[in-house]
Design a protein around this ligand. Structure first.
Ligand code: NDP
Length: 492
């Protein structure tokens, strides 16, 4: 906090009555000429910007990324250029479905968005704490999110809407299983993993392309809440994760995450059993082992939450040289949707705000727009090409062409394995989860599915049970038992 200052109006005029309005006589009506009263009330009325439709409740911190291993074989991205190199980062964690005031311990995926301020521009890796997602096509996103929000009539959350949609979209099963495990209620943001989730590409100095998945493994170890603990905390401390992040960083216990990658070459991508660009599937570690890259450390809570956390704007479109897109349909959809959301929520000049601004020079011919406060290019030319400024397009940054599998225009890309929504969740439940984790997951699912109600109740339950059975016999049987469904009737 800086030294004492004179209170002023927004235009800098010193204020001598901050709390008393100007009136006619000491008890009389107020005067229109008390313009500072109007300024205060008008400013207050405009304090909120539109809430994010998803990821509304969030926490953020600055920190650094340090390279620990050489991956120059795969990428020429400067952020990875040498061991020991440090890059400033900003990370925003969030829940997904709840509003800005909702509880931090809701059962929900957690957003894990990282902005790397690199000398080649900001690189945003906008992921979650899960390696997969509910859908694999962005056209489904608005419908899916409607089911996670409030019922149009009751204005309450509706398990019927959720399970109706999930049961009609079996590609969601993998993510729903993870959500229903105790990892769906992580103990704050320090004790969970993060994933870039999409498949991206890496390009090296020789213009060779590789596909990549990014993982952030928590170095604090995994800690999750049981359903009961998470529910209790919703009432006792709805801001649990925010408080935990602030307290640990202010105490000097800086959360750390190890950045790791999985690499797939183009031949492996063509031969992979599943579509490597399908966001509902992972790449098995046995076939594509995790490789160490570096460490993210969070070490500074922003002084002002609204300025840096609420106005933070991440976009999967923000990639840097050496890191590229892939044909992942969800990624392609997000390239458009995220900057569009920020232009609506914050305004066209959102990238000039401190948290979003590239700290290195940015030069282009975009001008004007609401709330332009960065000099607006001054008296330099506002068109290109021109005969004056000598600016140029750097050929070195020309993207690397890549081949498409098909040149046929189509809406669907389905083959047998793309519709295999069951083997990966089955493996997670049967082979990865401990017996206790299985038990908790089953109980969490039974609890959540017990909320299904209305005339379609049996139809929805039966449809979803079929999916659980297809993933794992044990999972299906135990859930059916818990819901009181007679398996013999159900088999018919
Ligand atoms: P591995 O045994 O090598 O890896 C299992 C992975 O599952 C680990 O990364 C582990 O994370 C993670 N995990 C453990 N419990 C849960 C849970 N409740 N929810 C989500 N993730 C969990 O096996 P595979 O690579 O062959 O994958 C097997 C299954 O594991 C997959 O089908 C998928 O469901 C899940 N998984 C796989 C990932 C991948 O990228 N291959 C990533 C995450 C999950 P940790 O090591 O941090 O405990």
């Amino acid at each position: 906090m800086s030294g004492k200052k004179k209170i002023t109006t927004n235009s800098g005029c010193p204020v001598n009555h901050y709390q008393d309005s100007q009136s006619v006589g000491s008890r009389g009506p107020l005067l229109l000429q008390d313009f500072f009263l109007h300024e205060k009330l008008a400013q207050f009325n405009r304090e909120r910007i539109p809430e994010r439709i998803v990821h509304a409740k969030g926490s953020g911190a600055y920190g650094k990324f340090t390279v620990t291993h050489d991956i120059s074989k795969y990428t020429r991205a400067k952020v990875f250029s040498k061991i020991g190199k440090e890059t400033k980062i900003f990370v925003r964690f969030s829940t997904v479905g709840g509003e800005k005031g909702s509880a931090d311990t809701e059962r929900d995926p957690r957003g894990f968005a990282v902005k790397f301020y690199t000398e080649d521009g900001n690189w945003d890796l906008v992921g979650n704490n899960t390696p997969v997602f509910f859908i694999k096509d962005p056209k489904k996103f608005p419908d899916f999110i409607h089911t996670q929000k409030r019922d149009p009539k009751s204005n309450c959350k509706s398990p019927t809407m959720m399970w109706d949609y999930w049961s009609l979209n079996p590609e969601s099963l993998h993510q729903v299983l993870i959500l229903m495990s105790d990892r769906g209620t992580p103990n704050g943001y320090r004790f969970m993993n993060g994933y870039g989730s999409h498949t991206f590409s890496l390009v090296n100095k020789n213009n060779e392309r590789f596909y990549v998945k990014f993982h952030y493994k928590t170095m604090q170890g995994i800690k999750s809440f049981t359903d009961g603990e998470a529910s209790d905390l919703k009432g006792k401390d709805p801001d649990y994760a925010q408080r935990d992040l602030v307290n640990s960083i202010e105490k000097g216990a800086f959360p750390k995450y190890a950045l790791k990658i999985q690499i797939m070459d183009l031949k492996q991508a063509r031969e992979f059993k599943w579509n490597p660009f399908d966001l509902t599937k992972v790449w098995p570690h046995k076939d594509f082992p995790l490789m160490d890259v570096g460490v993210l450390e969070l070490n500074q809570i922003p002084d002002n939450y609204f300025q840096d956390v609420e106005q933070a704007a991440f976009a999967p479109a923000n990639l840097v040289d050496g890191i590229g897109f892939s044909p992942d349909k969800m990624l392609q959809g997000r390239i458009l949707a995220y900057p569009d959301a920020h232009r609506y929520r914050i305004g066209v000049n959102f990238e000039s705000l401190p948290v979003n601004k590239c700290p290195y020079a940015t030069t282009n011919y975009h001008r004007d727009g609401a709330m332009r406060f960065d000099g607006n290019g001054g008296d330099s030319p506002n068109y290109y090409p021109n005969s004056f400024d000598g600016n140029y397009e750097d050929e070195k940054y020309k993207g690397q062409p890549y081949e498409l599998d098909s040149n046929e225009v189509a809406y669907f890309d389905r083959n047998e394995n793309d519709d295999d929504h069951y083997s990966q969740p089955g493996k997670l439940f049967d082979e990865v989860m401990t017996e206790q984790e299985q038990k908790n997951t089953i109980n969490n699912i039974i609890g959540a599915m017990s909320g299904i109600s209305g005339v379609k109740k049996d139809e929805i339950i039966n449809r979803q049970l079929c999916h659980w059975f297809r993933a794992s016999k044990k999972l299906g049987t135990e859930i059916a038992k818990g819901l009181g469904v007679n398996i013999d009737d159900f088999k018919k």
